[in-house]
Design a protein around this ligand. Structure first.
Ligand SMILES: C[S@@+](CC[C@H](N)C(=O)[O-])C[C@H]1O[C@@H](n2cnc3c(N)ncnc32)[C@H](O)[C@@H]1O
Length: 378
């Protein structure tokens, strides 16, 4: 892969900027991983689901948007078809809500530095749709989670809270029509007013406003649910690889404690693993040959966050370097694994100090305005 892949993979360009072009270039180089190792292939889009997604065709643009989502979820779609579907979804939604990616308004580019982490701008949040393996896996996970919650409920709608919905709320609004208004209610949270206004437009376009409980401008790290509105499903995707910079950990900690009994999180679990690997070769799509897994160093789920220690090996083969690999169990058996998404591109630990063979490394996670994993040999 040319230097462009280095730029987005090694230096985290994609995770800094979540740029469309870089993410797409990166994906292309990892075709083997997404097609042969894709754990979400098993989660078929049933023909019933496909038909329902397409059932509300109308001339307003909603039908086109549903068509893109259908292709994105279609198990039979090729890598290129999925990527193109995500790109078309991004472009059509931008047009619908008035975001011009080539000449954005100031409000579309405004990011916020909040006490528990960065909130990326509405435009960058919109661009997340283009990380198509992520978008596909999360939408499938949400379908499964809401269906599971419905099976458990005796009566009343499934209450879904979606923290950090961005301008499109793409992980819920395009599939909201799968359930009747009395079967599901979603509360959309974001700290950016521009994003919420855009999400309202998307809900209107897709004719699912009657499934929306509210559009709330708030910091999801401190948001308190009404005591009679405890969510059954919580969707949070406010993260970058290695859980750096964005407030995923703090938002999950706040909302998980406010769920209805047995509440379901999407993603269900995020794991950070330490591995020795040849990042240049892997980013060039040459596979993980020679990789050494050293162990899971952090787990985040609705039950909380925990960090552990790992032992450095006695010998480190030439050419391998320590990286943090982010692995996301979106829901059930739907995983995002290494290199599949910008969220799971391994992050080299450039600043890991000299370590003696057999030494233990302690990992911790610092909750600061720029939250991040910390590590030290002990
Ligand atoms: C990575 S984007 C994801 C957008 C969308 N959910 C998706 O999956 O494509 C994260 C979103 O979370 C919002 N956000 C970040 N921190 C937040 C916070 N503390 N409270 C509320 N929203 C936040 C950002 O404004 C942004 O819209």
């Amino acid at each position: 892969m040319p230097a462009s892949c280095d730029a987005c993979g090694l230096r985290g360009h994609r995770t800094e900027a979540r740029g469309l072009e870089d993410a797409v270039r990166c994906r292309r180089s990892h075709r083997c991983l997404s097609r042969t190792c894709d754990p979400v292939r098993g989660a078929r889009t049933s023909s019933a689901l496909r038909k329902t997604i397409m059932s509300k065709a109308d001339p307003s643009g909603a039908a086109q948007i549903r068509g893109h989502v259908q292709r994105l979820l279609d198990e039979a779609a090729s890598f290129d078809e999925q990527r193109n579907a995500a790109r078309a979804l991004f472009e059509d939604l931008c047009a619908q809500v008035g975001i011009d990616p080539l000449d954005p308004d100031a409000a579309d580019e405004e990011q916020s530095s909040l006490p528990a982490g960065d909130a990326i701008s509405p435009l960058d949040a919109a661009r997340c749709v283009n990380d198509f393996a992520r978008t596909r896996a999360f939408i499938r996970g949400v379908v499964q989670a809401v269906s599971a919650a419905r099976r458990r409920l005796d009566q009343g709608p499934v209450r879904v809270i979606y923290a950090g919905c961005g301008p499109f709320a793409p992980l819920f609004l395009p599939i909201a029509h799968l359930w009747a208004p009395d079967e599901v209610r979603v509360l959309l949270l974001d700290c950016h007013r521009r994003s919420l206004d855009a999400a309202r437009r998307v809900a209107e376009l897709l004719e699912v406003e009657d499934r929306v409980e509210g559009f709330v401008q708030t910091d999801a790290v401190t948001y308190q649910c009404e005591s009679d509105w405890r969510p059954h499903v919580c969707i949070v995707e406010t993260m970058q690889r290695a859980l750096a910079k964005e407030p995923q950990v703090s938002i999950v900690s706040n909302l998980a404690g406010q769920m209805a009994p047995g509440g379901l999180m999407v993603p269900e679990q995020i794991e950070l693993h330490l591995a020795l690997l040849n990042i240049e070769r892997e980013l060039a799509g040459q596979g993980p040959a020679g990789r050494r897994e050293l162990g899971c160093v952090m787990r985040l789920s609705g039950a909380g966050a925990s960090c552990t220690e790992v032992v450095w090996p006695d010998d480190v083969p030439n050419g391998l370097e320590p990286c943090i690999c982010t692995r996301i169990r979106v829901f059930g058996d739907i995983w995002l694994s290494d290199h599949e998404s910008g969220l799971t591109t391994p992050m080299p630990l450039w600043d890991l100090p000299g370590i003696r063979p057999g030494q233990t490394i302690r990992f911790d996670y610092e909750l600061t305005p720029r939250p991040h994993l910390v590590y030290e040999p002990i």
